[in-house]
Design a protein around this ligand. Structure first.
Ligand code: GDP
Ligand code: MN
Length: 388
């Protein structure tokens, strides 16, 4: 689960990481009030969406009077901001964060990620702040410093100092960097985060270190014990297809193609996506309906798949062990009737109660296409796609 910049900053500040003074605003007027409360004569207005790359997309604006704040706020609020991370749909901006502007002397990249290979938290840093880490690793891989943290010992002060030194910080800044690293590490570890990113971490003209941007992601499987973090969830920032499915206990991942998929088992689902690709098609989603799926659950899965307007064909692929093909077939038939399905549907059933399942489909009189094998099902789904 991701959270907003202002939320991440509040958390990190609680762990001793210095952040600029700022406030949240839901309207242009409120942004103006906040600016007056903050004081000073230069502010940065920032769109709060779950995405980086806001700067180049008009989501970060420097303002020096109330009128500029109002104009900038109106250009962001209620708009879908498209950055290079959001995809073409963009993300809706409903809140703003306004901060005192910082005078930047240098920008540093600092990230903490969970390195699954070493099963450790890894600190990633670079002198080339402001660039996204993907860009950095593509364009300036040599600038990236890595530091692996032993979970038993935690982040050691000498490690933090060494990293700060490699980033070219002077002796007065070493202590500050050490504090920031320790704070970010503790926030990560104590709150079951999977990512903390401070990009840029800036050195100001006066030599201070400040987290100018902050991003945190949390382990979904740990949210049950992090109620304060769970409350920060903003569903408006999530893929509505995924939220719908997740609320119904379905394992769904949205993709960009046009063949909607209902499959049992994550492994079979992955194999089916591969088979669709091999047949020249593009899957619209990954969806595992799980074991022992009732007809109602299959109907819900259909609804989840059909929420995606790109879907032109639905492919149902069930290899029933714990599942029952007759229940799945009933679900398919009820989806046809209740959802007024007009899209082509290809169904491949195998395993438990397969004969009963095939009978239900045959006797329904509905235009459901069937297939014997996974390969045949994928080919058929691609073949019946409407030609553009
Ligand atoms: P992102 O584009 O979504 O990652 O948003 P950031 O918060 O990282 O801001 C993008 C860029 O805007 C930063 O890399 C800075 O160069 C610039 N920026 C952000 N805040 C300030 C500020 O207070 N003062 C100045 N001068 N530039 C800022
Ligand atoms: Mn940033």
């Amino acid at each position: 689960m991701d959270i907003h910049e202002y939320q991440a900053k509040e958390i990190l500040a609680g762990f001793g990481v210095p952040v600029p003074v700022g406030g949240v605003a839901y309207s242009p007027e409120q942004a103006g009030y906040r600016a007056r409360e903050i004081g000073g004569d230069k502010w940065v207005l920032k769109a709060q969406i779950h995405s980086g790359g806001r700067g180049e997309a008009g989501g970060v604006m420097l303002c020096s009077n109330e009128e500029e704040i109002h104009t900038a706020a109106r250009s962001m609020l209620g708009k879908r901001l498209v950055t290079r991370q959001t995809g073409a749909r963009g993300k809706l901006c409903t809140r703003l964060y306004i901060e005192e502007a910082s005078e930047i002397a240098r920008e540093i990249y600092l990230g903490l990620v969970l390195d699954r290979q070493s099963e450790r938290i890894m600190v990633v840093a670079s002198c080339e702040g402001g660039m996204e880490i993907e860009e950095l690793s593509a364009e300036k891989p040599d600038s990236i410093l890595r530091l692996s943290i032993d979970p038993a010992a935690g982040l050691q002060d000498f490690q933090a100092r060494e990293l700060a030194f490699k980033l070219g910080l002077n002796s007065a800044q070493l202590g500050k960097a050490q504090r920031i690293l320790r704070g970010a590490y503790r926030a990560f570890r104590d709150l079951d985060a999977v990512m903390v990113e401070i990009n840029p971490l800036v050195i100001t003209r006066s030599g201070d270190l400040v987290a100018l941007d902050a991003k945190m992601s949390f382990d979904d499987n740990a949210l049950f014990r992090r109620s304060a973090i769970s409350e920060l969830r903003d569903k408006s920032q999530e893929d509505p297809r995924e939220t719908y499915a997740e609320d119904r206990g379905l394992a769904y991942v949205g993709l960009d193609g046009d063949i909607g998929c209902l499959i049992n088992g994550a492994g079979l689902a992955m194999a089916t996506l591969d088979m669709i690709k091999l047949s020249g098609g593009e899957p619209a989603n990954f969806l595992d309906i799980g074991g022992g799926a009732s007809p109602e659950r299959v109907l819900q899965a259909f609804k989840a798949v059909l929420m995606d307007n790109n879907v032109k064909v639905v492919l149902v692929n069930i290899f029933a062990g714990i599942n029952r093909c007759d229940w799945v077939a009933e679900g398919v038939v009820s989806a046809f009737r209740e959802l007024d399905l007009t899209l082509p549907v290809v169904v491949r059933l195998a395993g438990t109660h397969v004969d009963a399942g095939q009978d239900i489909i045959a006797q329904s009189g509905l235009p459901i296409m069937t297939a014997e094998t996974l390969a045949e099902a994928a080919e058929r789904a691609v073949a019946v796609l409407p030609k553009h």
